[in-house]
Ligand binder design. Sequence first.
Ligand SMILES: [Zn+2]
Length: 285
Amino acid sequence: MIDSASLGDWKITALRDAKFALDGGAMFGVVPRAIWEKMTPVNEDHTIPLATRPFLFEKGDAVILVEPGIGRRWSEKAKAMFHFDYADGHDVLESLAHVGRQPEEVTHVLMSHGHWDHIGALCDEQGVPNFPNAQHWMAESEKEAALHADHLRRASYRAEDLQPVMDAGLLHTFQGEVTILPGLRIVELGGHSDGVSLILLEEAGETACFWSDVVPTGNHVHRPFIMAYDMNAEKSYAVRGPWVERAIKENWLCLLYHDAEDAFGRFFMDGRRPGFQPEIAQKTS
Ligand SMILES: [Zn+2]
């Protein structure tokens, strides 16, 4: 089952790409295992199950893919190491087909940042862009990081994910903030990566927010729960606080990329700390 929500005239659908797993300690940063292991299942090799979950925003002629997904362009070694699992329709192209869309119909591909688990699905296994008619958008700083990754960034980026899209003339970049369509914008934050961005949809007095790795799962809303993967933890801590506060105050619909269970939910104050309330009716199976 694929879940959807509406925001004014927009339809928001939670798609699915491969399930995978990352080290639990790295996902929770300074949070002790004694605390995080009560929040999530833990595999034998200390990894925890995670989703890669693109979203589709549709209204009129606009068919907007929010995050391409992890994709299939991976070695068998990588697939085994990270427990890639494409079973039961966990593939972005299959998932699109399930909602009656062909990759050629996608008008925009919006990317929060360039990490491999977010944009691996830009191209097929032969390196051909999967969404040939779409304007592709990402922060300029992320393009730079992907194409010229230094030693510290090298494990998180693959230039070959982006290069074919650039060669096809499909990539557009921005600095700070860009409005894609009325009510739809990408806002660069940084912290987790140089230019990690939120993708915000505002219509009819309501807001939906794709949190990407700024809040990767419902267990990461509390401010100190910052991944060890974050390039600049101090900046992460500083930049995400006001956005989470605003999401609580204005009761935003929150879209989560990595949460193994829940695609949609709302942030709320759980006593003195922020928490996550899944939208039960829209729980991803
Ligand atoms: Zn990331």
